[in-house]
Design a protein around this ligand. Structure first.
Ligand SMILES: [Zn+2]
Length: 103
């Protein structure tokens, strides 16, 4: 009897459908677990080079800076904080990047 013989009875079709649904559910669970693991593995890692990020205080603005490439990551709201801090080389650079015209 061929292994891949198409089920001809309703009962066979029922179990084939059930198996497919179980496999689909299992696949979705594995995918969700893998996504969670990937997110955890990337937590506080540089999006550019993958090295560790460390939180630093720059003019009372909290930034996450890469320990390797020294790239800087700003949390939501921190960019606005930079613009409200006193004039510094850093905020001048950010203003230029944003195309803001304050002077
Ligand atoms: Zn980096």
């Amino acid at each position: 009897m061929p292994i891949e013989e198409k089920p001809s009875r309703n009962e066979d079709e029922y179990f084939v459908k059930l198996d497919a649904e179980l496999l689909k559910a299992r696949r979705e669970k594995l995918d969700a677990e893998r996504r969670a693991q990937e997110r955890a593995a990337h937590l506080m890692k540089c999006p550019k080079c993958g090295a560790d990020l460390v939180e630093r205080d720059m003019n009372n603005v909290k930034v996450d800076q890469c320990t390797e490439c020294e790239g800087v990551w700003l949390d939501k709201g921190e960019m606005e904080m930079v613009l409200h801090t006193e004039e510094s080389g850093f905020s001048r650079v950010v203003r230029d990047l944003l195309g803001a015209r304050f002077r």
